[in-house]
Structure formats: structure tokens, C-alpha cells
Design a protein around this ligand. Structure first.
Ligand SMILES: [Ca+2]
Length: 482
């Protein structure tokens, strides 16, 4: 009630100030509406974007001019993580602000309970129009609070793969599979790519909802495999695929889970030229999504909404791209559980700065609520990044967690990242400890080193504190019975 009265008063005051301005009646009206309203949220999200593969994160080959521009106008996080390195649990954690184990999100078959509130519900209550365009990966096909779903990935909504599928069918073509050894160039126009049609819908959404506060997810499936360079983006990197540094020690270090995964997909059999080619195609996909986000941001500028919009860029997990001899994600190494994260809102946040404190996608729900001036719901497990971004918290005590339970071995595992350490705990395998200040490539597992006994004991305790992996074991038992 208090908030509503304040808002009305503010609209009134803005009206007086505009009386003498030389705006047309309609423009003045539109401006008054904007000035009294809370900021919009534009949520740019990709799938499988490893944190090092953007030029603003220092990658020597990959070019991401649009996201670099966003980073110049915002805060870029260098130690950001998803809460589970696989689609569904990661995404459900993000929209609920809770750990995957708190919402029963164990693998890509798990649906969110209908009663579980999401950020969309919270912003709907504040009078926002909430939209989810593109990949949300809600396996039940439900909206979970998002009101507008003009292009979805499941159920009755218009699916983002429709244009591509129709094109392939009409031309009697098939898309290459997921394995890195199938990397190639697209033989279809960029206009039928799922991301292209989602971006078009995003532009339409901004046009249609410009006069109300909105929160919209513009969510792309790329740069998720298959490793196919979109038309127009293949030449940019042709011949420029590089090899990651993989040492024997890294391979020896791998946990049982990753050894099994490597075997299952024959990752060790890839030749250097196959690795180079798959990485090259990945770079093309990254630049393609970057270009499309440019179209969406241009629309925001054209509508004069940029200053009133909080913009977030993140991904649901990374992509190993051959690092540590691994592909895909499904692990806690930097390129598996790490993500790029940029938050831009120059009205309230510094511009062009980087923050090294550990943060997670789980923190975005409370962060966006606070930045937009709304109350943060009590039940969230993430914490707002606003104190960190505005210099009120130095971040030295911050930690973030990620869990994993899915294929190939279904071994419950949990990672804690502190300012200096990454500790990766398994139920049924030896732990890992990496000194992230001195070994960012995670080459030396220090968990068995007597010198670090106390660090391991402390982090082990923190990882186990409150972690309900027994609920996963119950879930597995019930599945076996069913
Ligand atoms: Ca994913």
C-alpha cells in the first residue's frame, strides 16, 4: 500500500515538471508513465556458454562486441556459477532462487511443483508483464508464472524449432548430431535458426509492452551443441579453432563420474583437428547469439527504454570444449559449472567494473527484486548482489554452491567456491580441492595434501551443511519402485 501511494505521488510530481516541456501530448504521457514506474528487467540468457568464451572475458579469438558493450555499461562477474551444471535443475534454481535440492530438481526429467513461487510470480504481484521467450526447459510445459509465452520450447506454445524443422523437411535435410566429431556449417538460412525467431519475438514483445513495467526472458538454446556454425558466421573463425591445454595430470585427476562420461561419448578418441573444428563452430555460435542480442538491445534503445531497464546476461551452465579432456558440462570444473554473468543498470550500478567474488544464478532473483525496488521474498536461498555491486560488501566472505546428481553415474556431488578455494565433494568418490588464486586451470587437486587438511575439513563441513542429497536417494528409490 505504502509503495503504491509513493508511486502515485511521484507520477503527479513528474507531470508538473513536464508542463512546460515541448513534448507532444502523447510523448509527454508516455514519459510520465515511464517515470513513475519501476524499472524493467531484460533477461538475456543462453544455454551452455562457458565463462571464458567472450572477448570481454579475455578470450583471444571469440568476438562478442554486444556483450562487451553491456559489460562496459555494467558489472561483470568473473567467478559466477550455475547451481547445477545441467539444464533443468540450473534453470529451476534460477527462477525460484533456491538450491536444486530444495525444489526436487535432480535431472532433466524433473518438473517444478505448481505451488513453487518463481520470480515471475513475484513480479506479477508488482504489476509487471512477465514474458518467457524461447528456451525455459520447463519439462511440464507450464509457464510457472510467466504470462506471455509467444514462443516456447514445450507444449502447445509456438515452438522455436518450428521454422528450422519445416525448412529441413522441405529440403529433405537433417541436422548434424551432438558429438564434436560432427561439427559443421549450417546449410540453412540464419533466419530459421531458433535464436533468430526468438529475437524477433523479443523485439515484438518490447514494442507491445513498452508502456508497462516488464520482465522478459530472451532465452536462446545456442551455443549448446550440436556444433554447427550458423550461416554468415562460419567464415569469421574458419581455421581459427585452437586446442585447449590438457595435461596428463588433468586426465589422471578426473573423478570417476567424468571418467565414465568421457568413455561414454568416446571423448578421448577425438583427434586434434576434430577438436579444433568443434571449437571453431562453437565460436561462431557465440558470435551469432551476440549479434542477435544486439538487435534486441537496439530495439530497447530505439524505444528509449535502456536507462529504465535492468539488463542481465547469463547462461545455464558452461561447455567444457575439450578442457580436461571433457565435452559438454556435467562437472564442477570452471568451464562446466562456471558461467558468464553481466548486470547492467547504470542508474544504480557502477559501469565497466569486474567483481571476482563468488556468485551464482541463484542470487539473481533477490538481486533483481532489490534493484527494481521491490521486497525480496523471505524464502529465497540466494542473496542479493546489490550490496556487493554498490561497494557495501567487499565480497571476501561470499561463497556459492553447485550440486549435481544426473548422468552418467548419478553420484550426488556438491561444490563450494570461496574467494580462494573450490572444493568438490562426492558421495562415493574422492574429493577435489583447487586453489583458484594460483591454479585457475584446476590442474592440481590438493584435497589429499596434508598441508590443506584443515581447509578440506572446513569446506567439507560447509558443503554437507543443509545439503539434502538423501532426498535424491529417496527419489531414486521411488523411481526404481515405480
Ligand atoms: Ca543447458
Amino acid at each position: 500500500m505504502q509503495r503504491k501511494m509513493t508511486r502515485r505521488k511521484f507520477i503527479g510530481a513528474a507531470g508538473v515538471g513536464l508542463a512546460g516541456a515541448s513534448l507532444s501530448g502523447r510523448e509527454a504521457h508516455a514519459q510520465r508513465r515511464r517515470e513513475g514506474r519501476p524499472p524493467n528487467v531484460l533477461f538475456l540468457m543462453t544455454d551452455e556458454h562457458s565463462p571464458h568464451y567472450l572477448s570481454c572475458y579475455g578470450h583471444p579469438i571469440v568476438q562478442t562486441p554486444v556483450l562487451d558493450g553491456l559489460a562496459r555499461r555494467g558489472v561483470r562477474f568473473t567467478s559466477a556459477y550455475c547451481q547445477n551444471p545441467i539444464c533443468v535443475p540450473s534453470r529451476l534454481s534460477l527462477i525460484t532462487g533456491k538450491h536444486p535440492y530444495e525444489v526436487g530438481a535432480w535431472n532433466n526429467s524433473c518438473a517444478l511443483d505448481d505451488d513453487e513461487p518463481t520470480i515471475a510470480h513475484a513480479l506479477n504481484e508488482q504489476g509487471y508483464v512477465t514474458g518467457a521467450l524461447g528456451k525455459m526447459h520447463h519439462v511440464d510445459g507450464k509457464r510457472h508464472g510467466f504470462q506471455v509465452r509467444t514462443i516456447g520450447d514445450k507444449g502447445a506454445d509456438h515452438q522455436y524449432r518450428k521454422a528450422l524443422n519445416e525448412y529441413l523437411e522441405a529440403h529433405n535435410m537433417k541436422r548434424a548430431g551432438r558429438h564434436p566429431n560432427e561439427a559443421c556449417d549450417a546449410a540453412w538460412p540464419a533466419e530459421v535458426e531458433p535464436e533468430y525467431v526468438v529475437a524477433e519475438q523479443a523485439v515484438k514483445f518490447l514494442d507491445e509492452h513498452r508502456d508497462k513495467p516488464f520482465c522478459v526472458w530472451v532465452s536462446f538454446p545456442k551455443p549448446h551443441f550440436p556444433f554447427i556454425a550458423p550461416t554468415g558466421f562460419a567464415d569469421m573463425y574458419r581455421g581459427k579453432g585452437d586446442l585447449p591445454r590438457v595435461t596428463e595430470q588433468m586426465i589422471r585427476n578426473l573423478p570417476k563420474h567424468s571418467v565414465e562420461y568421457r568413455k561414454k561419448y568416446k571423448m578421448g578418441e577425438l583427434t586434434p583437428s576434430q577438436i579444433r573444428l568443434a571449437r571453431e563452430k562453437y565460436y561462431s555460435m557465440v558470435s551469432f547469439v551476440d549479434m542477435l542480442y544486439g538487435k534486441v538491445l537496439d530495439k530497447l534503445d530505439e524505444l528509449g527504454l535502456r536507462d529504465d531497464t535492468i539488463i542481465v546476461y547469463t547462461s545455464d551452465h558452461g561447455e567444457m570444449l575439450g578442457e580436461h579432456g571433457l565435452w559438454y558440462k556435467n562437472c564442477m570444473f570452471e568451464s562446466g559449472a562456471g558461467i558468464p554473468m553481466i548486470i547492467s543498470f547504470p542508474k544504480r550500478l557502477p559501469q565497466g567494473i569486474t567483481m571476482d567474488a563468488p556468485v551464482g544464478n541463484i542470487d539473481l532473483f533477490p538481486t533483481l527484486m532489490e534493484l527494481a525496488g521491490h521486497k525480496i521474498p523471505d524464502a529465497l536461498s540466494g542473496s542479493s548482489l546489490v550490496p556487493l555491486m554498490t561497494g557495501k560488501d567487499d565480497g571476501s566472505e561470499r561463497v556459492t554452491f553447485a550440486d549435481y546428481y544426473a548422468h552418467p553415474l548419478q553420484i550426488p556431488q556438491r561444490m563450494i567456491r570461496t574467494a580462494r578455494w573450490k572444493y568438490w565433494h562426492f558421495i562415493g568418490d574422492e574429493p577435489h580441492l583447487y586453489d583458484m588464486a594460483n591454479d585457475l586451470e584446476e590442474e592440481r587437486n590438493l584435497a589429499a595434501d596434508a598441508k590443506h587438511k584443515d581447509v578440506v575439513a572446513e569446506l567439507r563441513e560447509r558443503v554437507l551443511d543443509g545439503w539434502d542429497y538423501q532426498a535424491f536417494q529417496e527419489y531414486q528409490k521411488s523411481r526404481r519402485k515405480g
